[in-house]
Design a protein around this ligand. Structure first.
Ligand code: GLP
Length: 228
């Protein structure tokens, strides 16, 4: 269902700008998009993409980097021009440069048409962790221990999980014209309820989506089990 939302966007606007996400949840979505491409139903030849986030310290060749994930799950299997796929640079120390260049590139591309989001068990979107103020722009963030622990399942051990990431800010995400939030599994049920029906607070970063005018939420039965 979520793949169809993205595929419809690409079909209606072949040069659309996709905001993409990593994590386990969208893997099936990317597989469906690859099938649609292979069946000749859609082409990504004119699509531009911007990913939400990247670990600091992992180059794009690292198997746990989000650049690697995107190549492996989508970009290597469709006709997208890799030069038009963007993932925040995880290398180097110049946070300000990465932030300025990423924000400028999104602006120059005309803004994101549809932003795909997963949700962390603590309510993070991208890597915007619970905090006191909504971060506006692309920035460097220190990952919480709970996020490092949750994401350690994809690394050999928790010691290998980076402590920092670079992520689009909440402001960057909120400027997307449409948002598509996906969540699956019982472990997300409570946070999905809080995000959609709880108070809007930077302590639950996804709750800001209540203020976005065009949000589609796709959940499986378990993740949606606490919704009315
Ligand atoms: C990571 C990503 C998020 C993603 C989250 C949930 O922390 N930075 O963008 O939404 O994981 O991942 P999963 O779908 O594996 O639960």
């Amino acid at each position: 269902m979520a793949a169809d939302v993205i595929a419809t966007c690409v079909a209606e606007k072949p040069n659309c700008v996709l905001g993409l996400a990593t994590g386990t949840t969208p893997i099936g979505l990317y597989a469906d998009l690859v099938s649609d491409y292979k069946a000749g139903k859609i082409s990504f030849a004119n699509v531009t993409s911007f990913n939400l986030d990247e670990y600091v310290g992992l180059a794009g060749t690292h198997p746990q980097s989000y650049r690697y994930f995107m190549n492996d799950n989508l970009f290597d299997h469709v006709d997208i021009d890799k030069a038009r796929t963007h993932v925040p640079d995880g290398t180097g120390d110049d946070d300000q440069r990465v932030s300025d260049e990423y924000e400028a590139a999104i602006r120059e591309a005309g803004g994101v048409d549809i932003q795909l989001l997963g949700i962390g068990p603590n309510g993070h979107i991208g890597f915007n962790e619970p905090c006191d103020e909504f971060p506006v722009r692309t920035h460097r963030v220190e990952l919480t221990e709970s996020t490092r622990k949750a994401n350690s399942r994809l690394f050999d051990s928790i010691d290998e999980v980076p402590h920092f990431a670079r992520t689009m800010g909440i402001g960057t995400i909120m400027r997307a014209r449409k948002i598509l939030l996906v969540a699956s599994g019982a472990g997300k049920a409570e946070i999905v309820r809080k995000a959609l029906y709880g108070p809007v607070t930077p302590r639950v970063p996804a709750s800001i989506l209540q203020f976005h005018p065009d949000v589609t939420v796709v959940v499986d039965a378990e993740a949606g089990s606490r919704l009315d």
